[in-house]
Design a protein around this ligand. Structure first.
Ligand SMILES: C[S@@+](CC[C@H](N)C(=O)[O-])C[C@H]1O[C@@H](n2cnc3c(N)ncnc32)[C@H](O)[C@@H]1O
Length: 287
């Protein structure tokens, strides 16, 4: 929220939580008008009384029911890993944002990371949930390394109750609730969009070398499997020539920052040749 300019008047949250808590908190803290949307049939179920500066409605981030240039800022939390159609989603964000408006999003776990399967299955009182201790039967990276049949055999060997096996396989490999986009797909979509990346931060998993090798031989060694989370700020450039100059300026800053980051990682590798993090540093220096 500290990135928002003081004259921010209209904010959109895409994929609001069912209880509308994030949008309500943003409306309270900024005083701006906040619209929260989610296509879920359960949405919205705000618990407290609605504030006069909030509106909640059912809508899909890929076809936003708002005119062009309507919002000063768009926000989306823990949602992009569920959106099938990242490019359409980003072009809608671009369309409804005003020039110089900000889009902030954070999400995890990305499909190409350890728990990217996001497992969620419920049958009566039995459940599988990737984030609940003792309720996640999928080994880290198992969804990437096992075929559905191999996963079925693995689950039949005992890590979860029988009733959950089919729903788990359905969720991981076939369901619509996760997009199965790899880390590179997000970066590619951000770069392709007309929005300009201003800040980009990652959270990491730390797989062992053997797992990285298996993933590399299945998907190619130039893929990233250690980035589990992304938070990114994108800005819609100003109109006209200043928009072109803005893009060039940000591009140059990014190039410069990347060179510094790579140089730092290479120095670390030289200084700590036996560190267990060496393979990760090497990996990061290449990307
Ligand atoms: C893990 S929940 C996160 C909800 C909330 N932002 C939070 O942090 O608790 C993911 C949400 O993304 C929503 N979602 C999935 N596809 C969407 C789309 N195309 N447009 C908007 N929301 C979507 C789902 O309905 C779901 O509520």
């Amino acid at each position: 929220m500290n990135k928002l300019s003081p004259d921010t008047r209209n904010i959109l949250e895409i994929g609001s939580d069912i209880g509308c808590e994030v949008a309500t908190a943003v409306a309270q803290r900024t005083g701006a008008n906040v619209i929260g949307i989610n296509p879920s049939e359960e949405f919205p179920t705000a618990v407290g009384p609605a504030l006069s500066n909030t509106i909640f409605m059912r809508a899909d981030g890929r076809s936003l029911p708002f005119p062009d240039n309507s919002f000063d800022a768009v926000l989306s939390v823990a949602t992009m890993e569920h959106v099938n159609g990242l490019d359409i989603f980003l072009s809608e964000v671009d369309r409804v944002l005003k020039h110089k408006g900000l889009f902030y999003t954070e999400f995890s776990p990305i499909w190409s990371s350890a728990k990217g399967h996001h497992v969620y299955a419920v049958v009566g009182p039995k459940e599988a949930r990737f984030w609940k201790p003792g309720k996640n039967p999928i080994p880290d990276y198992g969804h990437l390394l096992m075929t559905p049949e191999e996963m079925r055999e693995y689950l039949c060997s005992g890590p979860c109750v029988e009733e959950l096996i089919i729903p788990i396989i359905q969720w991981i490999y076939y369901g619509e609730s996760i997009n199965r986009c790899h880390f590179e797909d997000y970066i590619e979509s951000f770069r392709k969009s007309r929005l300009v990346i201003q800040t980009l931060n990652f959270g990491y998993d730390s797989p062992d070398n053997k797992t990285l090798e298996s993933l590399g031989s299945k998907y190619g060694t130039d893929r990233n499997f250690i980035c589990s989370a992304i938070n990114v700020t994108l800005r819609k450039p100003p109109e006209g020539i200043s928009g072109i100059l803005f893009r060039r300026y940000i591009g140059a800053i990014h190039w410069y920052e990347r060179q510094i980051k790579r140089a730092r990682l290479r120095i670390k590798m030289l200084l700590f040749p036996f560190s267990p993090f060496r393979s990760i540093w090497r990996y990061l220096a290449r990307h």
